[in-house]
Every structure is written in C-alpha cells, then in structure tokens.
Design a binder for this molecule. Structure first.
Ligand SMILES: [Ca+2]
Ligand SMILES: [Ca+2]
Length: 223
C-alpha cells in the first residue's frame, strides 16, 4: 500500500515537473501593459520593440482625439520561431505566445510615447526606430512629436527629434518599402491646416544625414 502511494506520489511529482518545464519553456519577459509595438527580422534575429507601462492619456488638439501613452521603450529578442505578423502595426494580442527575452529598456515617460515603428532604411546595419512622442516644446504647445531614433550596438540613440515634420501633427506611422528598392521609407499620416482648412495626407520620409526629408515633396522642418 505504502509502495503504491509512493509510486503515485512519484508520478505526481514527475507530472508537476513536466508542467513546470513546459511553463518555463514558454516563459516570456513581456510586460503586462503593451501600448504599441513593432518587430523586425534582421541578421537572423527577430527583435520586438514595445512601448510599455501605464502613463497617461493625452488629448491632441490637431487630431481631435485621445492618445494612450506609455512609460518605457523595451527591446526583446524572440527566442522562439520567427513569426510572420499579419498586421502592421502589430496588435499587442499577437505577442502572447512568443518567447521573448528583454535585452534593452529605456524609461521615456516624460516624452509620453504612444507609437513605435522599426525598419531598415539604409545600408547601415543599425535599425531605424520611429517613436511618436507627445509633449510641448519651448515655443509650441503639447502635440505629437516625431522622434527618429536608432537601435545601435544594443542601445537606442537619437538621430533627430524635432518638433514637427510638414504637418502640425501625425496620427499613424510605419516603416515600409513603398518603392520596392529594398529600403524602408517612413510612411506617416500627417495633419495640418492649409488656407484655413484642415487637411490630412500621407508623407514619406527618409533621413539624409540626420535630417528628415519628405520624399514626395522635398523639404523637412526642423524648427
Ligand atoms: Ca539602418
Ligand atoms: Ca524603399
């Protein structure tokens, strides 16, 4: 009787161990609250960039809408199989089965980040990272602000963080190879006022040196 109990106990311990191994095998560092995210496969690695943490909800006068902002930019490496995402930008719900290891994080709460997109826009191996921030500048009230960053040697560095591009605000942005030349352009939905009327239009940008230029209407703004 005691022997049978011992065998049953042994089987239970084995089963529990198996479940534990399965759970650890699927372990992901991903935080609970993902505000926005994007991924890129590069040099055989799949990297995921997220904005995480609960910050505040801000109101954009130019967009006449609210934006949910996060606190921290994080970079993960997908340790599991490379995943093809079926939407861009990626919906946070698509991340739940990935095996993600956090390899970098940067607290950016004061910039109120709400949008992130990553791409490869040149021959330089560093990954281009565009972040939609929301803050006031010295001369302008709080609004959506474009941050062109780079993920370089394992850290995020700033390339250009001006107050705005052609429009007064933007509501969406993503890196996409729109002309098929193998390099991503930044596609951005801009909003502004022309001749007293509100407009929205899609612009395509690329950095030349450190300055963004609009490809479909050359001329950046760095005020
Ligand atoms: Ca690059
Ligand atoms: Ca291109």
């Amino acid at each position: 009787m005691a022997k049978r109990r011992l065998i049953a106990l042994g089987a239970l311990i084995l089963a529990a161990g198996f479940v534990l191994v399965l759970a650890l095998g699927n372990q992901s560092d991903l935080g609970a609250e993902v505000v926005a995210c994007d991924a890129i496969s590069f040099n055989g690695r799949q990297l995921l960039f997220t904005i995480e943490g609960v910050n505040d909800t801000v109101y954009s006068e130019q967009l006449a809408s609210y934006l949910k902002t996060g606190t921290t930019i994080k970079v993960y490496q997908n340790k599991g199989a490379v995943v093809q995402f079926d939407s861009r930008p990626i919906e946070p719900a698509q991340l739940k089965n990935l095996k993600l290891k956090c390899i970098y994080q940067n607290e950016m709460a004061s910039a109120h980040p709400w949008l992130i997109s990553v791409g490869q826009a040149d021959d330089d191996a560093h990954i281009e990272v565009f972040v939609g921030a929301f803050r006031a500048t010295q001369y302008l009230p709080a609004e959506t602000r474009p941050y062109f960053l780079e993920y370089r040697d394992g850290v995020l560095v700033r390339s250009w963080t001006g107050s705005r591009l052609m429009g007064l605000a933007f509501s969406a942005a993503r890196y996409i190879d729109v002309d098929g030349d193998g390099y991503d352009e930044l596609e951005i939905v801009e909003h502004g006022i022309k001749n007293g009327k509100r407009y929205s239009e899609v612009g395509y940008y690329r950095l030349y040196g450190f300055i963004p230029y609009r490809l479909n209407e050359m001329g950046g703004r760095d005020e």
